[in-house]
Design a binder for this molecule. Structure first.
Ligand SMILES: *Cc1c(COP(=O)(O)O)cnc(C)c1O
Length: 401
């Protein structure tokens, strides 16, 4: 039987993640910087145990029952307070929806906004899982380059000028703080300029903010786009994955009431609602101050591991290699000389040197560059970071010659 004849056009646009394909090669002896996982020691395990017991013993009637599509009211109220502390004001609980991680929100964004052929704009490189979510809906994706201040808004404006005659531009998707994969944080000036350009050309902004609450640079990160938005143009996404634990599969969206109504309609047919049990657990994590107490601990773990990786890179890498110095997020973006294709080098890195990373190519909407890689510093242990970077430098040196 030929299954292909039955697959929808949409299904044909789905592509297996290269990262997942790659994980198959990783054995015990390979040090991997390829994943995108938080340090498990950052999970508030004891507190989640206690809270789960309390929730099930006192609220089973609600926590084990079907719930509203928009989410558990208590959790939405807690999140409104939580966002309020960083200057995000929302128009009541009707402008918030709880999703199954940010990933579900990205898929819903595709459903709600993208017709085949529409333009979608992202940073270049950008979050692989967002590209995958959007691609299913058949957009033309345009990547805008970044520098150390983030998205180059002047190039965005030129691009918008050029393409808006050719088709509808729906949104600009950005990760302003601790960008995945580069670790870059967008400056306040760029954020302002981005809002102005989005307003001038009348496009939506999707602000994906998994890392703003665990910014480990000096002071606080620049204001959220959502906090600076006077027009209701920003659709704000965040998640419990990096401030608590990704296994909870809990994310949230804050936007205008009108946008959230459409989100609810889409979500209804996908999964009715996010796990009520997990939502009640998360509400308690916020209410009891577990998240707030855990955040400084997470920052410390991430900062220490980032410093270690930067130190190892400085010690081992040849002069022709450069990398970012992130103050948020989980990744360092490493650039090798242009003659090296990091995708081709990966097999040798894994099999001969015992180290893995994610080749940069797949993070570019149009796969235009081949000499970068993404390195995760949160999951490996300090020893693995040092040893792994040493091994990686040997692989790169072999290719430079
Ligand atoms: C980790 C991460 C998320 C979180 O996704 P979940 O589905 O909530 O686990 C979202 N966006 C980016 C850019 C990330 O790096």
């Amino acid at each position: 039987m030929d299954l292909n004849q039955f697959l929808s056009e949409r299904t044909r646009l789905m592509k297996a993640s290269e990262i997942r394909e790659l994980l198959k090669w990783i054995t015990e002896n390979v040090i991997s910087f390829g994943g995108g996982m938080p340090d498990p020691s950052s999970f508030p395990v004891k507190e989640i145990m206690e809270i789960t017991r309390d929730v099930v013993s006192t609220k089973a009637d609600k926590a084990l029952q079907y719930g509203a599509t928009g989410g558990v009211a208590e959790l939405k109220e807690e999140l409104i307070k939580f966002m309020g502390k960083v200057g995000i004001k929302v128009d009541g609980p009707e402008s918030v929806i709880i999703t199954v991680g940010s990933q579900e929100a990205l898929d819903i964004i595709g459903r709600l906004f993208i017709n085949p052929g529409d333009y979608v704009i992202t940073e270049s490189p950008t979050y692989l899982a967002a590209l995958q979510a959007f691609r299913i809906y058949g957009p033309r994706i345009i990547g805008i380059p970044m520098d150390e201040e983030g998205l180059k808004v002047d190039i965005l404006e030129e691009t918008l000028k050029k393409i808006s005659d050719d088709g509808k531009v729906k949104f600009v998707y950005v990760i302003p703080t601790g960008q995945n994969p580069t670790g870059i944080t967008m400056s306040r000036e760029r954020r302002k300029a981005l809002l102005e350009v989005a307003s001038k050309y009348d496009v939506l902004i999707i602000e994906d903010d998994p890392y703003g609450y665990i910014y480990f640079g000096d002071g606080e990160p620049p204001d959220r786009l959502k906090a600076m938005d006077g027009e209701g143009r920003v659709i704000y996404l965040s998640t419990f994955s990096k401030i608590a634990a990704p296994g909870l599969r809990l994310g949230w969206v804050a936007a205008s009431r009108e946008v959230i109504r459409w989100f609810e309609l889409a979500k209804q047919s996908i999964d009715l609602h996010t796990s009520t049990l997990n939502q009640y657990i998360a509400a308690e994590l916020l209410k009891r101050g577990v998240i707030e107490r855990n955040i400084p601990r997470i920052k410390e773990i991430y900062r220490t591991k980032r410093d270690l990786m930067l130190q190892a890179l400085g010690e081992y890498m040849p002069d022709s290699v450069s990398w970012t110095k992130p103050s948020a997020g989980m990744f360092i973006w490493l650039t090798v000389p242009e003659n090296i294709d990091t995708g081709e080098m990966l097999n040798v890195a894994i099999r001969k040197y015992g180290v893995a990373y994610v080749p940069g190519k797949s993070f570019y909407p149009n796969e235009e560059r081949r000499n970068d890689m993404r390195l995760n510093f949160t999951y490996p242990t300090p020893q693995q970071i040092f040893e792994g970077i040493k091994r990686l430098s040997l692989a790169i040196r072999e290719y430079i010659q």
